[in-house]
Write a protein that binds this ligand. Structure first.
Ligand SMILES: *[C@@H]1O[C@H](CO)[C@@H](O)[C@H](O)[C@H]1NC(C)=O
Ligand SMILES: *[C@@H]1O[C@H](CO)[C@@H](O)[C@H](O)[C@H]1NC(C)=O
Ligand SMILES: *[C@@H]1O[C@H](CO)[C@@H](O)[C@H](O)[C@H]1NC(C)=O
Ligand SMILES: *[C@@H]1O[C@H](CO)[C@@H](O)[C@H](O)[C@H]1NC(C)=O
Ligand SMILES: *[C@@H]1O[C@H](CO)[C@@H](O)[C@H](O)[C@H]1NC(C)=O
Ligand SMILES: *[C@@H]1O[C@H](CO)[C@@H](O)[C@H](O)[C@H]1NC(C)=O
Ligand SMILES: *[C@@H]1O[C@H](CO)[C@@H](O)[C@H](O)[C@H]1NC(C)=O
Ligand SMILES: *[C@@H]1O[C@H](CO)[C@@H](O)[C@H](O)[C@H]1NC(C)=O
Ligand SMILES: *[C@@H]1O[C@H](CO)[C@@H](O)[C@H](O)[C@H]1NC(C)=O
Ligand SMILES: *[C@@H]1O[C@H](CO)[C@@H](O)[C@H](O)[C@H]1NC(C)=O
Ligand SMILES: *[C@@H]1O[C@H](CO)[C@@H](O)[C@H](O)[C@H]1NC(C)=O
Ligand SMILES: *[C@@H]1O[C@H](CO)[C@@H](O)[C@H](O)[C@H]1NC(C)=O
Length: 404
């Protein structure tokens, strides 16, 4: 009977450990072999038009990421069912402005899915009444938008790293506002599952890439300025007409944020299968190394279909006309939060990837707390049972002596 109790306690403990390890998602150990190159196939020195190409090879497939700066900055993803697919660029055609077909992933028959996320516009408005509600402001509250296709974009040398698979693109226009300021996008690709060390600490895996976007040291055109970022997305599959907002765990990784937003693509026959996604936490930060109080919520608008491909030469090179483009706004801050002029800094992170978006889970800290909370009573039962057994045995020592 004592043995039975010990066994059942052990069983429950094992079950608990199994369940909690399931929550951390430890089984997701998919890895890819990642390599990065700048301007594949270009013999001449950089013409200011740059493509960072990441090749992430799986067991029998390849994921290509293309991070590029021609006009509006863009991140493209192409998934093939071959481990040998590669990128082919006709630089002569591209630089002559003959985009269509000048960028290909070959063999073309191996391409399974492709998508692009393009950063097209930055809006600035004067939030005089601190409503943070641009939809209900008169047009006169808006300054002329910054058209990101008109910015000059450069890869920052110091951040281009073939080992860590990271590259940063910074852009500005020559107006006074950007005299000392930049809009930057830092790209990262990953070999395996992990988490960014900086807030919002997005969870990533071998099928995803991350962009960290920040607006640094720009001179706002009013003291009460707030910003809106417009992004456009193209997909070879059907993009959902809305962004899903899922509950997330309030965790040490993204304190006080209980939600995760994701915008997914599925096969057009309306199956529930997800082919690709854009995922973010609805939060931005007002400093480079944020503290808790530097967080500011952000909102998204519903996606709206637009009739043209986004203003990126590379996206127009890869995607044929006829594919749907959708656009949406990310609106930073809420009423009562400090204006841009307090820190002159704003950052936001987004994940772009293949398949199902990573699901957040409890951190080891939270798990430890849970394990202590749930485990202590079990341990008491377990060791209580063993103790009782030993106690009983000690009571009848003779019972085990061989009978002579
Ligand atoms: C590149 O494109 C040009 C036309 O713009 C074409 O003449 C040339 O043959 C192409 N090169 C290759 C290698 O396909
Ligand atoms: C553009 O590319 C197409 C296909 O490669 C080619 O037929 C056409 O001549 C090119 N046009 C120019 C202006 O280079
Ligand atoms: C790759 O996909 C194409 C169709 O998209 C298919 O014809 C081909 O057989 C597939 N190749 C492999 C190796 O699965
Ligand atoms: C700000 O509030 C004042 C007073 O309520 C109102 O008259 C004005 O129109 C508001 N301005 C904007 C831009 O909403
Ligand atoms: C910079 O962007 C602003 C807003 O779009 C525009 O009004 C201005 O003309 C641009 N300046 C230059 C020099 O491109
Ligand atoms: C950055 O890289 C470019 C091209 O590789 C080079 O011409 C330039 O001198 C580099 N700049 C610095 C500051 O290292
Ligand atoms: C790339 O990153 C690695 C690891 O952080 C670092 O050791 C290396 O010096 C970096 N390389 C360059 C070229 O910055
Ligand atoms: C990544 O993609 C590959 C190929 O589609 C798939 O087999 C694998 O399960 C995916 N891994 C994760 C963590 O989503
Ligand atoms: C911002 O506020 C400061 C101090 O209150 C003032 O000197 C400055 O003129 C204001 N700037 C604008 C653009 O309104
Ligand atoms: C920011 O704007 C506020 C008014 O909204 C003004 O009082 C303050 O002086 C400005 N701060 C800076 C650093 O210009
Ligand atoms: C949807 O289409 C894909 C191929 O395009 C196919 O594999 C899948 O079975 C289809 N699903 C449904 C529910 O028809
Ligand atoms: C994005 O915001 C701007 C400025 O408020 C607005 O004109 C535009 O219609 C918005 N776009 C979407 C897709 O909501």
């Amino acid at each position: 009977m004592d043995i039975g109790l010990v066994q059942s306690s052990t069983f429950i403990l094992c079950l608990l450990i199994h369940c909690t390890s399931g929550l951390t998602g430890d089984e997701d150990d998919y890895r890819r072999k990642v390599s990065m190159e700048l301007n594949p196939g270009q013999s001449e020195p950089s013409s200011g038009v740059d493509v960072v190409h990441v090749r992430a090879v799986g067991s029998d497939d390849t994921l290509h990421f293309l991070f590029c700066n021609h006009r509006a900055p863009a991140l493209m993803l192409v998934h093939t069912n071959s481990s040998f697919s590669n990128v082919h660029i006709n630089w002569t055609a591209f630089l002559n402005g003959n985009y269509s077909g000048s960028l290909k992933v070959v063999p073309e028959s191996s391409v399974q899915f492709s998508s692009a996320l393009v950063f097209t516009r930055l809006w600035e408005y004067d939030d005089v009444n601190d409503t943070a509600d641009p939809e209900h402001l008169p047009p006169s509250s808006f300054f002329p938008s910054y058209e990101l296709q008109d910015f000059s974009w450069n890869i920052r040398n110091a951040t281009y790293n073939l080992t860590t698979h990271t590259a940063t693109l910074c852009g500005r226009n020559s107006s006074n506002s950007f005299m000392n300021g930049f809009l930057c996008l830092a790209f990262s690709a990953f070999e395996s599952r992990g988490r960014d060390s900086e807030w919002p600490g997005l969870l990533h895996n071998a099928n995803s890439s991350q962009l960290h976007v920040w607006l640094d040291n720009v001179i706002p055109r009013s003291n009460q300025s707030r910003f809106i970022l417009e992004v456009q997305s193209v997909s070879s599959a059907e993009q959902k007409g809305q962004v899903d907002v899922l509950k997330s765990i309030d965790d040490e990784y993204t304190p006080s944020i209980f939600k995760v937003s994701q915008w997914v693509s599925s096969p057009s026959n309306a199956s529930s299968e997800i082919l690709g996604y854009t995922q973010w936490k609805p939060v931005a930060y007002r400093t480079e190394h944020p503290k808790f109080e530097d967080a500011t919520p952000c909102r998204h608008s519903d996606p709206v279909l637009v009739s043209e491909l986004p203003p990126s030469g590379w996206v127009q090179a890869l995607f044929r006309d006829g594919l749907q483009t959708s656009t949406l706004n990310i609106t930073f801050s809420i009423a009562g939060d400090p204006f841009y002029n307090t820190t002159n800094y704003l950052s936001w992170s987004v994940l772009v990837g293949l398949g199902n978006p990573p699901q957040d889970s409890f951190s080891p800290l939270v798990l430890t707390i849970m394990a202590v909370g749930l485990g202590t009573p079990l341990a008491l039962i377990l060791f209580g049972g063993v103790g009782a057994g030993i106690f009983k045995r000690n009571q009848h020592p003779q019972g085990y002596e061989p009978i002579n």
